[in-house]
Design a protein around this ligand. Structure first.
Ligand SMILES: NC(=O)c1ccc[n+]([C@@H]2O[C@H](COP(=O)([O-])OP(=O)(O)OC[C@H]3O[C@@H](n4cnc5c(N)ncnc54)[C@H](OP(=O)(O)O)[C@@H]3O)[C@@H](O)[C@H]2O)c1
Length: 260
């Protein structure tokens, strides 16, 4: 009986994002080790600390913060050989910059988000060498959720704002609505789960901007309660607030790309 060996992957950095990438299907199909700042090596499949690295690794994921990479990235050359494919998840750090620090041209940038573990990330992918995005790599991407192969590197900065940071902006908005709903009804307890279901239900039956727009109109009758609230939202220019939020995250990703 032939035994197919699982491709080996090393996570350099085992923080918030790295822990969120370990979906069941990723672990089922790949052998993944991680290393952190204290050089602690951990096998994600065996769920235990191991004594030494399992060289050679087919993929090395860069999961450290950009400033750390700029300062200490050259040390990571010890984890790679001529065949290793570098997968950078770092916001803002360009392929040219990675190439200056790591001695390799086999580089793919991806921008997943922390929902990958639940197979719910929408991941952007960019590489100068499209051949690196082969069937094995598609399998990795599928284990995170849906994905999009970008044709321009700057799309990764847009994805960083929208799909990388975006889940936090959405969580912040929902939480603001929840907090306000509690303040508006101080004497009757608002059930958080009911309000969260309200969000889910509105989105599940309105899956396009047009449907959402029509939905607002269908509730906002003239001089009614909804119209009073919608008028206020419009007067506060919520669209501009959302645009500035996304633009600032995008601009920050571009700034990181020129930081040394
Ligand atoms: N968080 C997100 O939602 C998200 C989304 C998209 C992209 N990203 C990108 O993912 C990267 C990591 O973000 P994060 O939020 O996961 O950061 P984090 O939680 O701070 O994790 C950073 C990890 O790097 C490790 N580290 C530091 N120095 C190291 C070294 N010399 N060798 C090996 N590991 C070292 C740290 O080790 P210790 O555990 O020992 O401190 C830690 O595990 C960033 O570049 C970020 O732009 C993050």
């Amino acid at each position: 009986m032939s035994v197919t060996l699982k491709p080996k992957i090393l996570f350099v950095g085992y923080g918030h994002l790295a822990k969120s990438l370990a979906s069941n299907s990723f672990l089922k199909n790949f052998k993944i080790d991680s290393i952190n700042s204290k050089s602690r090596i951990y096998s994600l499949n065996r769920k235990k600390i191991i004594k030494k690295l399992n060289h050679p690794y087919k993929y090395v994921f860069l999961l450290v913060r950009p400033n750390l990479f700029n300062l200490r990235g050259t040390e990571f050359n010890k984890y790679i050989d001529s065949k290793t494919i570098i997968v950078s998840c770092m916001a803002g750090v360009t392929i040219n910059r990675i190439q200056q620090i790591i001695n390799s041209k086999n580089i793919i940038r991806i921008m997943p988000n922390v929902m990958a573990k639940q197979n719910a990330s929408h991941t952007y992918v960019y590489s100068k060498n499209k051949k690196l995005i082969n069937s094995t790599f598609h399998k990795i991407l599928k284990s995170f959720g849906t994905y999009h192969i970008s044709s321009k590197e700057d799309e990764i900065n847009i994805a960083t704002a929208l799909y990388g940071s975006g889940p936090a902006f959405i969580a912040f908005l929902v939480n603001a609505f929840l907090a306000a709903s509690k303040i508006v009804s101080p004497n009757s307890r608002v059930n958080e789960r009911d309000v969260i279901h309200l969000f889910k239900n509105v989105i599940s039956i309105n899956d396009s901007s047009l449907k959402l727009e029509k939905f607002v109109q269908s509730i906002a009758s003239k001089k009614g309660t909804t119209q009073a609230g919608v008028h206020f939202l419009k007067s506060q220019n919520l669209k501009k607030i959302m645009y500035t939020t996304l633009y600032r995250a995008y601009k920050r990703a571009k700034e990181i790309s020129i930081e040394k």
